[in-house]
Design a binder for this molecule. Structure first.
Ligand code: SAM
Length: 233
């Protein structure tokens, strides 16, 4: 199972009308996911012709009406509110800039426009090495720093956003699936078992702290749990 399967199951189960993705990458998720309306935001779209053609061929009718917004998520949420009000997303995949600050901002903004019973999926919540979790301001900065064990994958400190949501936003429930670099599933339900970290404490958390207490900090769950969760929707 990977992010595409998870998001597709959520869309299908909820009979979602609108899917919003922050961060297109190479379109591996966006172009494969099927939904009646799909919107994506990215300041730079990297279109690899071969890949796009392959996805289009597989899923052509579903990809023609896609809406592509070439801009940052901040700009989109500020300047394109009319779109979000007209088509409130049922599922939002947050996978833009991999910093704690930006991913938290994206989650806050996503919540403003998410449909009442909508779901947010936050990518990169469960980095499995210090190099992958290297806190940088951009992929380029992480790559240039080349931390020990660097393998080209960068999740940054998005995991702190999971800790933040579980500590400070207790009207939300969040768990993190233990595959595909950690898929955080956020729903509008009261959190039964919140964490108690202050903002300052979250800022000071290190990768060693995550390693020591990963299951509790992230509320880590497996594929089987997700399958049961989907039935409750
Ligand atoms: C890891 S990729 C996304 C992968 C894609 N969601 C997938 O699952 O295949 C991250 C993307 O976020 C984009 N990005 C970086 N900063 C952003 C921002 N401020 N707002 C929106 N997207 C951003 C990058 O250009 C990059 O394409």
């Amino acid at each position: 199972m990977n992010r595409v399967h998870v998001i597709q199951e959520l869309i299908d189960r909820k009979k979602a009308e609108t899917y919003l993705e922050i961060g297109f990458g190479y379109g591996d998720a966006f172009l494969n996911i099927k939904a009646p309306r799909k919107i994506v935001v990215d300041p730079k779209f990297v279109i690899l012709k071969k890949r796009v053609l392959k996805y289009f061929a597989k899923n052509i009718s579903k990809n023609i009406p896609n809406r592509y917004h070439r801009m940052t998520s901040d700009y989109f949420f500020e300047r394109k509110q009319h779109i979000l009000r007209r088509f409130p997303p049922d599922v939002i995949f947050v996978d833009g800039l991999h910093t704690h600050e930006q991913s938290l901002k994206d989650v806050f903004n996503a919540l403003k426009f998410l449909n009442k019973n909508g779901i947010i999926v936050l990518h990169d919540c469960n980095p499995l090495s210090e190099a992958v979790a290297y806190p940088a301001r951009s992929y380029r900065e992480a790559k240039d720093a080349c931390p020990s064990g660097w393998n080209g994958f960068w999740s940054g400190d998005v995991w702190k956003t999971a800790v933040y949501v579980r500590s400070k936003m207790t009207d939300l429930e969040m768990f993190v699936l233990d595959f595909d670099t950690g898929l955080g599933i956020i729903t509008r339900k009261k959190e039964n078992n919140p964490l108690e970290f202050s903002e300052e404490k979250i800022e000071r958390l290190s990768y060693a702290d995550l390693e020591k207490d990963r299951a509790r900090l992230l509320n880590v769950k497996d594929e089987e749990y997700f399958r049961e969760f989907v039935k409750t929707l």
